[in-house]
Design a binder for this molecule. Structure first.
Ligand code: SF4
Length: 146
């Protein structure tokens, strides 16, 4: 049977700052605040990677953050999604060739461009992309019987 896609209604996101200048964090914070209020659109930041569906990374990946980022990624249950938030995480930011940075993520499932991304554009990109994902809540449950 083909894998059906119904769109995802909710996305729980664990954010990791991998050496950002904090510009991306300011816009990310704005997304969660009363002006943009992304929770009412099914998006939320969670503290524990164990509760997350997605890893959202900001910053150009400093050498010192590579290992912690890997730990967080490992702790997120499958199927996990990686989001590059901002040009630095996408590998085309102003710090790409700076000392002590690796120049962004090797791969990401979704890239949200901008330096920093604007909240409206970021939320729009996430919501559009969510419609293409499979929602585990609407997938038929496997009873385990064969
Ligand atoms: S993309 Fe721009 S705002 Fe975001 S961390 Fe890089 S320099 Fe800062």
């Amino acid at each position: 049977m083909p894998h059906r896609k119904h769109g995802r209604r909710v996305l729980q996101i664990r954010h990791v700052d991998a050496g950002s200048c904090n510009g991306c964090e300011q816009e990310l914070t704005a997304c969660t605040g009363p002006a943009y209020d992304w929770q009412h659109l099914g998006l939320d930041l969670v503290a524990s990677p164990r509760h997350a569906d997605a890893l959202l990374v900001t910053g150009p990946m400093s050498d010192t953050m590579a290992r912690p980022l890997n730990h967080v990624y490992s702790a997120i249950p499958q199927p996990k999604i990686v989001i590059a938030f901002g040009d630095c995480a996408a590998g085309c930011g102003v710090f790409q060739h700076a000392y002590g940075v690796r120049g962004g993520l090797d791969t990401a499932d979704l890239t949200i461009p901008g330096c920093p991304p604007e909240p409206v554009q970021a939320i729009k990109a996430l919501r559009t992309w969510m419609t293409t994902l499979t929602d585990p809540e609407t997938e038929p449950k496997d009873s385990g019987r064969r």
